[in-house]
Design a binder for this molecule. Structure first.
Ligand SMILES: Nc1nc2c(ncn2[C@@H]2O[C@H](COP(=O)(O)OP(=O)(O)OP(=O)(O)O)[C@@H](O)[C@H]2O)c(=O)[nH]1
Ligand SMILES: [Mg+2]
Length: 435
């Protein structure tokens, strides 16, 4: 694959601030120049000559406030300027012992009082990266975006201490790069090992306060099943298709009433009240195309909408609880099952799952029916505006866990809010590019 180099960072003093660079010269067998040139040993450190492991040093994993430090190195004078929202600016020469007390006074309040305290600044003749060989850390913006989506919030790049950020990869593709090479300009990087997770990433780098904790860890370990943001071209195809004509064709109460199977169709299935009609309205940008209501069981027919002349969008009656006479419910439930199992041109069933509830037993029954009928289904989480962003990870864990049992599940989940518009462009692109 081909990507682009998006950002370059170095960290002149390990754990004490990042510095963005416009470009960087790399030399074989060396770290990014001046990256982790210094490190701050604490008073409980056991140092040997040369490189030492990160446990000996003050760092963001143990002292969250350090994550809000920014740095600037003047290479000519070997002076460093650090900034922190609470501590202001300090300019000093890490190699000058006379500057040490001033630096320690500045940095001490950023270290928790009950932990080992910063004591001295050391060098090793090589970058003090976390690996025992000189290394350059590489990360991808796609994985960061994906993780942000899982977490339901924009995560700053500054949570991580990577040297090089690459654009253009698929999310988490880097896990498969070990043993391979990355060429950047004339430099060739050998991908040696994964970076292990660091608690420093749980800290908001704006404030220096920990705000993500274990959820971040859980989010990374989930099965990789979020629909990625569409490529610009696909987004445009989706936009154009859904901005074009959409017309109500008919409401169907029996299989014999289905329109001719002359084009690709997708349907929206889900429990009563999950938001099927609202989603169709959001996709088509028309408020009242499909009837949405507060009364579960409002959609009692199979409603066909023509999207241009190439696709049908099908709004299905809800399954599960409905405020309608038992006999009526039984009738439309039977129709729903016949439709899902027997419509030849049904290209994909979107199964909507309420973000507040996850996959329930009634949903699993429908998923099993789709498995048996070999209809590919894709889970669309709805009403995500109704859950707190911190609840997303547990929801995704539940959903991906439940999906693992269903062979017909399409391996990407879409997170949506018809109310706020989240995920709508993604879903448009998915539908518009189905073949
Ligand atoms: N907050 C929020 N509410 C939503 C969203 N989508 C739907 N709703 C609300 O949920 C209720 C049910 O929405 P519908 O679109 O009628 O649900 P349905 O799945 O078509 O329901 P049935 O046709 O009865 O099976 C309505 O009150 C909607 O306003 C959403 O994304 N966010
Ligand atoms: Mg409906």
């Amino acid at each position: 694959m081909t990507g682009t180099l998006a950002h370059v960072f170095r960290h002149p003093i390990k754990g004490h601030g990042r510095e963005a660079l416009a470009s960087v010269p790399l030399s074989a067998g060396e770290c990014v120049p001046h990256d982790r040139r210094w490190a701050v040993a604490h008073d409980a450190a056991h140092l040997t000559d040369g490189w030492n492991a990160c446990a000996n040093f003050a760092r963001g994993a143990k002292a969250p406030a350090l994550m809000a430090v920014t740095a600037r190195l003047d290479e000519a004078t070997a002076r460093v300027t650090l900034n922190h929202p609470d501590r202001g600016e300090i300019d000093f020469a890490p190699d000058d012992p006379d500057d040490l007390p001033r630096f320690l006074d500045w940095v001490r309040p950023l270290n928790p009082p009950d932990r080992a305290q910063p004591a001295r600044i050391v060098t090793a003749g090589r970058g003090m990266t976390d690996s025992d060989f000189p290394s350059i850390s590489v990360q991808t913006t796609a994985s960061l975006r994906d993780l942000s989506m899982r977490m339901g919030r924009d995560l700053s790049m500054d949570r991580w201490r990577g040297n090089l950020w690459l654009d253009g990869a698929a999310p988490f593709a880097e896990f498969g790069w070990i043993g391979r090479q990355i060429e950047i300009g004339t430099a060739v990087l050998e991908v040696r090992e994964r970076i292990t997770r660091c608690l420093a990433t749980a800290v908001d780098p704006e404030t220096g306060h920990r705000d993500a904790g274990r959820r971040l860890e859980a989010a990374v370990t989930l099965a990789f099943t979020l629909a990625p943001e569409p490529e610009d071209a696909d987004r445009e195809v989706g936009r154009l298709m859904f901005a074009g004509p959409v017309t109500f064709v008919k409401g169907v109460v029996a299989m014999s009433g289905l329109p001719p199977a002359d084009r690709l169709e997708v349907c929206f299935a889900g429990r009563s009240n999950v938001g099927k009609s609202s989603l169709i309205n959001a996709l088509t940008g028309r408020k009242t195309l499909a009837r949405a209501s507060n009364t579960p069981g409002r959609t009692q027919e199979i409603n066909y909408f023509a999207l241009g002349d190439t696709r049908y969008l099908v709004d299905l009656p809800g399954y599960g609880y409905a405020e309608a006479p038992v006999a009526v419910v039984a009738k439309w439930q039977a129709l729903l099952r016949q439709y899902l199992a027997g419509r030849q041109t049904l290209r994909r069933a979107f199964v909507l799952i309420d973000a507040r509830h996850g996959i329930k037993a009634v949903d699993a029954e429908i998923l099993t029916l789709l498995d048996r009928s070999a209809v590919t289904f894709q889970v669309v989480l709805t009403k995500v505006d109704k859950i707190h962003r911190d609840e997303r990870v547990a929801l995704l864990a539940q959903v991906t866990g439940a999906l693992a049992k269903h062979p017909a599940a399409y391996p990407e989940i879409v997170i949506t809010s018809s109310e706020k518009g989240e995920g709508i462009e993604t879903l448009r692109a998915i539908i518009a590019t189905l073949v």
